[in-house]
Design a binder for this molecule. Structure first.
Ligand code: NAD
Ligand code: TDX
Length: 334
């Protein structure tokens, strides 16, 4: 089987390629990645001899048409993925997330290739902190940021291409991922590498915002489950009951690193900051039989801290520039 993975040099895509090489030797993998600031070929170094890497843009229709024509399955991870960046400059988010997805959909339509679309729970907007509700497959779309609105738009393109053109697609919307190879701009790797470099972790606003954490390997196993067993045209929510508020995450990172739990700074809040995400993954569990392996966020976090400790050469080159960019807008609150 010939598989095209877009965004395979990014965090989740690279872990997906690692898992697929290890567990599915019959799959022939091509990765298409633009190698933006978020893409890193080093993340594919352990598997580079087992795959074909193509440096290019998902919005390049000629290139995409050629690669899709030669594939049996496309899994589309490539995206601009960071909310804070989308507030500073939404333009690449519109281009990659909307125009790039459109280019892929036109190619899979033309060549009748099976397509799986990777998306996020942020398309549903946020929940109140005291609301017992969780997102389900029927929750109405209500995105808050340029990032989440372009992901929502790309999901809607997929649904329309299924209905109008009979494209053979499935969609998944997953909660916040953590694990190896995540860029140091994101919350958990930023705080782990802050502690490792002697910088105090930075908590936005009050830190009461809640994210529903899932290990990246559990997300990727769910993606394969949906490809194998999911129904064409359907959406599946992926989550592992990992709801934790941001302050608790920072305190746990500090504690697991042998530091004082209070050794962090409150900084200016993110504009439009979503309060809470929570996933009800009942459909994925009951209909397709998926279960997370990492059921304990604390032990997954500990393993992730150990990975960053052991792989400084991977993240060190990007740390100073990332922190310098944050320093241009972030102000202490106390
Ligand atoms: P990431 O930013 O780490 O990686 C994105 C990858 O896409 C990079 O390798 C980058 O070079 C590549 N890319 C960007 N623009 C491209 C373009 N125009 N053409 C080709 N390649 C391009 O992102 P991630 O966290 O790995 O997220 C992957 C996908 O999963 C995204 O679609 C994201 O919306 C979704 N998702 C992420 C999370 C999360 O917690 N990180 C949760 C749910 C869903
Ligand atoms: O330094 C920080 N301090 C802080 O308090 C950073 C970088 C973030 N935060 C907060 C903001 C969020 O409430 O931590 C939470 C997580 O932040 P991010 O890592 O930026 O993730 P989020 O905005 O929740 O989006 C992530 O999950 C859904 C991914 O980046 C998206 O790609 C995915 O769709």
């Amino acid at each position: 089987m010939k598989l095209l993975v877009t965004g395979g040099a990014g965090f989740i895509g690279a872990n997906f390629v690692h898992q697929t090489v290890a567990e599915r030797p019959d799959v022939e993998i091509t990765v298409l990645d633009k190698l933006t600031y978020a893409g890193n070929l080093e993340s594919l170094a352990p598997v580079i001899d087992a795959i074909t890497f193509v440096h290019g843009d998902v919005a390049d229709t000629v290139l995409v048409d050629r690669l899709v024509a030669d594939s049996d399955l496309v899994v589309h991870f490539a995206a601009e993925s960071h909310n804070d960046n989308s507030l500073a400059d939404p333009s690449p988010f519109v281009q990659t997330n909307l125009v790039g997805t459109f280019a892929l959909l036109e190619a899979v339509r033309k060549h009748d290739v099976r397509y799986h679309h990777i998306s996020t729970d942020e398309v549903y907007g946020d929940l109140a902190l005291d609301d017992p509700a969780k997102f389900t497959e029927t929750t109405a779309y209500n995105p808050s940021s340029p990032y989440s609105s372009t992901k929502a738009g790309s999901d809607l393109l997929v649904r329309a291409w299924v209905r109008s053109f009979g494209v053979r697609a499935t969609l998944s919307n997953c909660s916040n991922n953590y694990g190896p190879y995540q860029h140091v701009e994101k919350f958990i790797p930023r705080q782990i590498t802050n502690v490792l470099t002697g910088v105090r972790p930075k908590l936005y606003g009050t830190g009461t915002n809640v994210r529903d954490w899932i290990h990246v390997d559990d997300h990727n196993r769910a993606v394969w489950t949906i490809i194998d067993k999911g129904e064409i045209g359907e959406t599946y929510l992926i989550g592992a009951d990992g709801e934790t508020d941001n302050r608790t995450v920072i305190e746990t990172v500090l504690e697991l690193s042998g530091q004082d739990r209070a050794a962090f700074d409150f900084v200016t809040d993110r504009p439009g900051h979503d309060l809470r995400y929570a996933i009800d993954a009942t459909r994925l569990k009951t209909e397709l039989g998926w279960e997370p392996v990492y059921k304990d966020f604390g032990s997954g976090l500990h393993a992730t801290i150990e990975w960053y400790r052991a792989n400084e050469a991977w993240w060190r080159p990007h740390k100073n520039a990332t922190e310098a960019a944050y320093r241009r807008t972030e102000r202490p609150l106390e």
